[in-house]
Write a protein that binds this ligand. Structure first.
Ligand SMILES: Nc1ncnc2c1ncn2[C@@H]1O[C@H](COP(=O)(O)OP(=O)(O)OP(=O)(O)O)[C@@H](O)[C@H]1O
Length: 457
């Protein structure tokens, strides 16, 4: 007697085969195993069924009179991309197997059908579908967290950025994006990737300044099991993950010299080698880098390899700081506000006073700082428009620091953040230089800025 499928694994199945006996058998067995099933005697009716209702799985015979099984599979994929397909055939030869592979079938079985085998495959198909749905849910969540990748900016200088993206995007050139911290370099890198022929392949990002030196190599190139103490299992590096796509090396100026040499070798040969392995592997990855550092000065100071600099700055995009495009401040503020308060769309959301303050500010943290300020204000403001009083305290303090420095009470934390922002201002957003001046590590500085950003959120 067939066992009933656990409820959670039951699927809605479309069975398409022209053999009446097999149709009857599958109808009974699939039903008994806890699935719901629609049986079609030919391809045309199967496609009609697919157009009318969603199925989890399609079991399809290749050789049916009329529409061939391969055509049914193609149509099924177009109508329901996530559908899992199991191919049945009376001729289990290479051409049939190729058809199954080309149509991304989950499994391929020959006749006569052994139901035990079908049952096991259905369980596998169920889990495959489950993974597909979880992945889709994750992508959806990621999209919500990251928001849209739309680049806002009408300013002339920003228009040049757009033009540069559209020119270099479709090529496979290495791109170097320069600009102060928070001015939108990563967003520009995403736009380069999205306008490239690799847009449907992954783009992976790594912040070279945020990783301890001993982890960077394994992060970029992976490692084999036992490569170092604690490497209990092998790990795929980001270059391999990005194969076919783009890797974004943020804060490239922070890359230690030893790693610069290894990166240069990868860029020149296209081969990567996992840490602890003797085997190289060819990867096809486009490299996009970003930095707010003066790389030429770093080369002069022997902190950055000249040969690597020449290799990565084939094409440069300069993202202007926000203070140089004040006409972009309000469109950006409105865009960032809609991200956190969708109901703000289409409304005039800032008073003249708030607008004046936003426009007068120097924005050492650029668009990221603006995003934090807007989010903070949106929390304090129950009803639009946002007024100057809704802007964050540290923002107003910075704005008015010359008048209020001695009068306004401040917590230690606020004084600390003020010191950090002043140091960043003095060093034009250069976090490493600011950290040096403040006597803390770059990592501590990043942590404090991140903590401030999440507090404002
Ligand atoms: N032109 C823009 N249009 C819309 N949003 C933007 C724009 N520029 C920056 N942002 C937003 O501002 C924030 C900071 O941008 P991004 O991370 O790209 O800056 P960055 O220059 O890479 O920063 P860092 O130097 O710290 O790495 C992000 O949330 C981004 O979406």
């Amino acid at each position: 007697m067939s066992e009933k499928q656990p409820r959670s694994e039951s699927m809605h199945i479309l069975f398409a085969d022209d053999e009446p006996k097999l149709q009857e058998l599958m109808r009974q067995q699939l039903d008994r195993a806890g699935h719901s099933v629609v049986v079609c005697p030919n391809g045309e009716l199967a496609v009609e069924a697919l157009e009318h209702e969603p199925f989890d799985c399609l079991i399809v015979d290749l050789d049916m009179p009329g529409m061939h099984g391969s055509e049914v599979m193609k149509r099924a994929r177009a109508i329901q991309p996530e559908i899992q397909v199991i191919v049945l055939t009376g001729k289990p030869d290479l051409p049939s197997a190729m058809i199954a592979i080309e149509n991304q079938a989950f499994a391929f079985i020959d006749k006569p059908v052994r139901f035990k085998e079908v049952k096991a495959l259905l369980s596998g198909a169920y889990h495959q579908l489950d993974r597909w749905r979880k992945m889709a849910a994750m992508e959806h969540r990621l999209e919500q967290v990251e928001g849209s990748n739309e680049l806002i900016g009408q300013n002339g200088a920003f228009e040049q950025v757009r033009q540069a993206i559209s020119k270099v995007g479709p090529t496979s050139s290495t791109v170097m994006i320069r600009g102060e911290t928070g001015c939108g370099k990563e967003l520009v890198a995403k736009a380069v990737h999205e306008s490239s022929l690799r847009a449907d392949k992954p783009m992976v990002s790594i912040n070279c300044g945020a990783l301890p030196e001993n982890l960077i190599e394994s992060e970029l190139f992976g490692h084999v099991k036992g490569a170092f103490t604690g490497a209990d299992s092998a790990r795929v590096g980001l270059f391999e993950v990005a194969d076919g796509g783009t890797i974004f090396l943020d804060e490239i100026g922070e890359l230690p010299l030893a790693m610069q040499a290894k990166l240069l070798r990868v860029l020149e040969t296209g081969d990567i080698r996992r840490l602890g392995s003797n085997q190289s592997k060819r990867v096809d990855v486009r490299v996009v880098c970003a930095t707010h550092r003066d790389l030429e000065q770093m080369v002069h100071d022997e902190a950055f390899r000249e040969d690597l600099m020449f290799r990565i700055n084939t094409f440069e995009i300069h993202v202007p700081p926000l203070r140089d495009r004040t006409d972009d401040i309000m469109p950006l503020a409105q865009h960032l506000l809609v991200k956190v308060r969708p109901e703000a769309a289409g409304q005039a959301c800032f008073t003249e006073r708030a607008e004046a303050e936003l426009k007068a500010h120097r924005w050492p943290g650029n668009v990221r700082e603006l995003a934090n300020v807007v989010e903070h204000a949106s929390i304090l403001c129950d009803q639009f428009p946002i007024d100057a009083e809704h802007l964050p305290r540290h923002f107003s303090l910075r704005q008015l620091r010359s008048q209020v420095r001695d009068e306004a009470p401040m917590t230690l934390k606020e004084m600390e953040m003020q010191a950090i922002h002043r140091a960043l201002e003095r060093h034009s957003g250069d976090k490493k230089a600011a950290a040096e001046e403040l006597g803390v590590s770059s990592k501590t500085l990043y942590n404090k800025l991140n903590a401030e950003a999440s507090k404002a959120a």
